[in-house]
Design a protein around this ligand. Sequence first.
Ligand code: IMP
Ligand code: MG
Length: 183
Amino acid sequence: MEPRDIEGDLTEILIDEEQIRARLAELCRVIEKDYAGKDLLLVGVLKGAVMVMADLARELVHPITMDWMAVSSYGSGTQSSGVVRILKDLDTDLHGRNVLIVEDIIDSGLTLSWLLANLKSRGPESVEICALLRKPAAARVDIDVKYLGFDIPNQFVVGYGLDFDERYRNLRSVGVLAPHIYA
Ligand code: IMP
Ligand code: MG
């Protein structure tokens, strides 16, 4: 759906569909160079990364395989605690593999920091991160993101996979959720 279909629920459109498409294409050209001649396993983090995974994978001119993980971060409400539980693990053995974690957004960074350490402990050749969005002002741990789409302000955003209460994932753009929705 388009922002006009949920008029009033957003205060602002931060990044539109075309900007996302163009930026992902740029990232794919770099990824193709970096992994030339190498195998590449994309690991998507459910559910938020579904859209970025689908578009990134299709834009890549490189043979890839895909796998998925679902994790939940213990903590109250919208605050990440860094204590992570695996809800769905990978089906793939990571020994000797080049892993690229595909994420929707890095907020505090706690979830990804845990995931990075977890995947690195499984004997892969390499583990890197690709994230569409990052909120630098919210960072609680330093994360080395090799492929980043956009830095955004420290506001709650929805769309392109990102949800509020499981809604808005199918919005084509990324927008700032209006406060009256979560009040
Ligand atoms: P972190 O551990 O704080 O980095 O948590 C990151 C996770 O929180 C992301 O993968 C999202 O699922 C969720 N998240 C963080 N910020 C937002 C947001 O602005 N909108 C929707 N989900 C968010
Ligand atoms: Mg996520």
